[in-house]
Design a binder for this molecule. Sequence first.
Ligand SMILES: [Zn+2]
Length: 501
Amino acid sequence: MRIGIARISQETNTFSPMLTDLDTLSAHGIARGPDVLLDQDEWSFIPAFLEVVGHEEPVGILSVHARPSGPLTAEALHTILEWFVTDLESALPLDGLLFAMHGAFAGLSDPDVEGLFLKRARAMVGPDTLIAAAMDLHGNITRRKIENADIIRGFHTHPHVDGPQTARRVAEMLLAALRNEVRPVMSAVKIPMITPAETQLTEEWPMKELMDLTRSQEQDPRVLSSSIFAVQPWLDVPEMGWCSVVVTDGDKRLAEQLARELASKAWEQRQEYIRPCPTYIQALDQAFATDLRPVVISDLADLMTGGGTGDSTWYLKELLARNPTEPCFLTMVDPEVVHEMARLGPGARATFELGGKQDRLHSTPVRVTGEVVRVLPPSSDRKLPADVGWAAVLQVGTISIVVLERLGPGSTPDIYSGAGLDPTQAKILIAKSVVDFREGYKGVARLFLLGEAPGLAPSNLRTLRWEQVPRPIFPLDDEVPWDSARAEVMYSRGGTVKYLR
Ligand SMILES: [Zn+2]
C-alpha cells in the first residue's frame, strides 16, 4: 500500500509581530519528496510513522515546520501550498496519507493553514484515500480539518511526552483502516472556551479528570481514539476554542455521544482553569527568599515555545535593580547585539541596548554594560540547536545572559549548558516556557515558579486585543450561554462516509 507522509506544522501566536516566512521555514529545514522520510527527529513524527508503515510503501511529500512564532506570510503560504500540490500530484495514487501537524498553524491570508492543506489533499486524493493526522493538544480544530480527514488524534499529555506515541497510534489506526479491520468515523464538538496554558497540566486536576475520561472512552472496543484539544490560547482566529474529537469504528452515533460527553465535562470545569498567576516581581521575591537553588522561573508571557518574541526585558530590568550576589541566568533574543558581540570578541567590555526590540507593545530595550564571555557561531560542533543562529554570553555582574540571534528552545537547560554555563550553579534560571520546562528542567530545578510580566503569551487572556475569535467565549465574556447537548457536531467527511451507521 502506498502511504503519503507530510509534515505541515507550527504553533502560531497571532499576536506576535515576528512573522513566519520562507526564511524561517528554511532555517528549520524544508524537505520535499523522498527527503521527507530521512527525518530522524523523533518529534517530527516521521520516524514514528515509518515504524508503523515502513514495510508498506511510504512516500515522502513535503515537510515544513517552524518553532512557535507569528503568522505565516501570504507569500510563504502560497509557495508551500504550491510545493505540496506538485509533490502530492507526483506521489499519486495513494491509499493513505499521514500528516504530522501541530494544529494551530495560522497565516495572514488563511487562519487555518493545516486545514487548508487537509482540504487540498482531500480534493486531490479523492474520496477513496484515507487521511489521518497526529496533532498537539494545543491544536485548534476547525470544521475544515474534521471534514477533510478520517482520523485526528491529539497528544494526551502536557508537558508533552507522548508526541511520537500519538503519531504511532495514528499510523496504526490508518493502517488498520486500510486493511479493512476498522472503519473510522470521527465526530467533534467545539466548546466556546479558551484557557491559560499553565493550568492545563494533564497530571493535575482538572485536566487529569478530562484525560482520564478520554482513556476510559478508549477502553470501549468500539472506540478507536478520544482526544480533547485544549488549544493554545494566543490564537486570534474565527474558529478558536477547545474541541473534543472522538473516532469510533463505524459508529457515528457513539462518536457523537462521546464527543458531547467530553465537551460537557470540559465546559463544566472551565472556571477551574482560571487561577491568579503570580507576577514576575512576586516570583523573584519568592526565589530570593528561599534557600533552594536553582529556582527555575517561567517568564511565561514571553515563552519561546508559544510565540513570545524571547526578548522581553522585564526580568532583566528587575534582576539588575536587585543586584543579586548569586549567579542568575537568562536568555535574550537580539540579533543586533549578538552580531555586535561577535564583532567585539571574547573579553571585550561594552555597553549594549539589549532586548525589547520585537514586542514593542510590551517591552523596551535595557542599557547594560558587561563583558563578552563567549561567542558561539553557528556550527555543528557546538551543543546549541542550529536554529538559534549566533549565540554569545554576556556577563553583567552575577547575571549571565545568553544572547541569541533567533528564537530557541525555552524549556530546557541546554540553552545554558550549550552556551558553556553550568545551570546547576545558578540561583535563578529563567525559562521561556510555561509548562514543558517542568519536564525539561526536572533534573536541575529544586523549585519551579511562574511569574507573569507583560507579554504576548499572558496568563490573563483579557489583556490581549482580540478581533477574530467567536464571541461570546469564556473567559473573555462574562455571559456565555452554551449546552453540550445542543451544540453542533462536526463529522469526518461531513458525515457522508458510506459505511456509517
Ligand atoms: Zn502543545
